[in-house]
Design a protein around this ligand. Structure first.
Ligand SMILES: CC(C)(COP(=O)(O)OP(=O)(O)OC[C@H]1O[C@@H](n2cnc3c(N)ncnc32)[C@H](O)[C@@H]1OP(=O)(O)O)[C@@H](O)C(=O)NCCC(=O)NCCS
Length: 167
C-alpha cells in the first residue's frame, strides 16, 4: 500500500498509487465516470471491464494521485507522459467535498514528478469549474481545440508553462 504523502486537514489522506493499489485506482476512476460522465471520455474498452492486470499496468504507465476520507475515495488525478509532453487528466473530486483544494493538492503532487517545462490538460467544453481550477493553478488557455467523436463535443488544451517552478 502506498504511504500517505500529505494531509490538507486532519482526515484527508493523499496517496500516490503503486500497482498494488490498483483497486483504489479502479474505485476512483469508476466513481468519476459515474458522477461526471459529461466531463470524461471513457477508455476503450470501458474501464468497468478492465482486468486487474490492466489496472496494474495503468498504475505503472501513469502516476495516480488519490484522496481518501474515512477510507473512501474522494478525489483523483493522473499524470501521463504523451509524445508531446506530460498531461494531467482524469481530475475529479467528489461533489460533497469540492472547494476544499483537493484537486489542487492532487495536481500539485503530480507536478512534483514533472521535469519538463510544460504540462498540458485537455478540458471538454463547457466546463467552467475545471477552467477555473486550472487557471487558479497557472494553466493558460491555448484556444487549441479538438473535436471528440461523440455528439459534436469539443475539448480545449490548457498549458502550464514553467511547471518546474510550481514546486
Ligand atoms: C473541477 C473539479 C475537479 C474541482 O475540484 P475541487 O477539489 O473542488 O477544486 P479545488 O478546491 O482544488 O479548487 C481550487 C480553485 O479552483 C477554482 N474553482 C474550482 N472549482 C470552482 C467552481 N466550482 N467555481 C469557481 N471556482 C472554482 C477556485 O479558484 C478554487 O479556489 P477557491 O475555492 O479558494 O476559490 C471538480 O469540480 C470536479 O470534479 N468536477 C467534475 C469533474 C471535472 O470537471 N473534472 C475536470 C475534467 S478536465
Amino acid at each position: 500500500m502506498a504511504a500517505p504523502e500529505s494531509d490538507s486537514d486532519a482526515t484527508t489522506e493523499y496517496l500516490i498509487l503503486t500497482p498494488d493499489d490498483w483497486l483504489l485506482a479502479r474505485e476512483a476512476r469508476l466513481a468519476a465516470l459515474r458522477d461526471s460522465p459529461e466531463f470524461f471520455l471513457p477508455a476503450e474498452p470501458h474501464e468497468s471491464s478492465w482486468s486487474a492486470a490492466k489496472w496494474r499496468t495503468s498504475c505503472r504507465t501513469g502516476r495516480w494521485a488519490v484522496a481518501r476520507l474515512n477510507g473512501t475515495v474522494v478525489g483523483m488525478a493522473r499524470l501521463t507522459h504523451e509524445p508531446d509532453g506530460p498531461h494531467i487528466g482524469w481530475v475529479w473530486t467528489d461533489p460533497r467535498h469540492r472547494r476544499k483544494k483537493i484537486a489542487s493538492e492532487l495536481i500539485g503532487m503530480l507536478l512534483d514528478d514533472v521535469r519538463e517545462h510544460e504540462v498540458f490538460v485537455w478540458v471538454i467544453h463547457p466546463n467552467p469549474d475545471a477552467l477555473k481550477l486550472y487557471e487558479s493553478l497557472g494553466f493558460e488557455r491555448t484556444k487549441e481545440y479538438q473535436e471528440l467523436g461523440t455528439a459534436g463535443r469539443v475539448e480545449e488544451r490548457l498549458r502550464l508553462s514553467d511547471a518546474t517552478s510550481q514546486r
